[in-house]
Design a protein around this ligand. Structure first.
Ligand code: PEP
Length: 247
């Protein structure tokens, strides 16, 4: 199974559902549809409407984040995994670099993963090195730390997906070389297997993926799908990614 996840970030109003309708009708007719799943993470404000609308259709709805507590609490503006699940989301991102840079710590992320799983959300756990780490050849160490400090062997591996998103690649048009990406994915899966009794969750790549570069990723071993930011806000660009991946 491949995953194409669109992360809308701070984009979208109710009528943006048109974008998803177009993706949904493409999916319904696509001969490759059994091979992949489309998940979209709109902002909190749209989860309920979209999840209800797409419940019996082909697009899964996820959240971009969740709070590090289980159900209800006195934290102003926080939204818990329980609340997200109750309005129909089936996935949540955790640890996106946007949120890490705004203060998410490993302990917070561990609680987010824990409570998301407890509330039957599948977790897309994001990791990635920054430009300086890359320059100083610290990528492997950084990724290992991000994984081992948060993921625990008793977490349900079947409900976890890992998204490798080098921060220097997000929104920049820069992508890793084939060799780097293959080595990194292999290493990430090795670390994951050491956490989860020799089992690895799916590992996705994210960072400037578009219709023109997706074919290069297709030929790489070990990439189970993509987390797409910018290109997911346009149905055409998002569909082009899927089309060109299977072309
Ligand atoms: C992201 O923000 O997770 C992302 C991958 O963005 P982009 O595709 O725009 O680089």
């Amino acid at each position: 199974m491949r995953y194409f996840i669109g992360n809308w970030k701070m984009f979208g109003v109710p009528k943006s559902i048109n974008i998803l309708n177009k993706i949904n009708s493409f999916y319904s007719k696509d001969k490759n549809r059994k091979k992949y799943r489309v998940i979209i993470t709109p902002p909190y404000t749209l989860i309920q409407t979209y999840a209800k609308y797409f419940k019996k259709k082909n697009i899964y709805i996820g959240s971009q984040n969740c709070y590090q507590k289980d159900q209800f609490s006195s934290n102003t503006a926080a939204v818990s995994p329980y609340m997200i699940r109750q309005v129909g989301a089936q996935y949540t991102l955790v640890g996106h670099s946007d949120n890490r840079s705004e203060g998410d710590t490993d302990i917070m992320l561990k609680n987010k993963v824990k409570f998301a799983l407890k509330n039957n959300l599948r977790v897309v756990f994001c990791i990635g090195e920054n430009k300086k780490d890359k320059k100083n050849k610290k990528t492997f160490g950084v990724l290992k730390r991000q994984l081992t400090r948060v993921l625990e062997k008793n977490f349900n591996v079947n409900n976890i997906i890992v998204a490798y998103e080098p921060i220097w690649s997000i929104g920049t048009g820069k992508i890793p070389t084939k060799a780097d990406l293959e080595n990194i994915t292999f290493y990430v899966k090795k670390v994951l297997k050491s956490i989860f009794k020799n089992k690895s969750p799916a590992v996705l790549y994210g960072g400037s993926v578009d219709g023109s570069n997706v074919r290069m990723f297709r030929d790489l071993r070990g990439i189970d799908g993509f987390l797409v930011g910018g290109a997911s806000k346009s149905s055409k660009k998002f569909i082009d990614i899927i089309k060109n991946y299977y072309r």
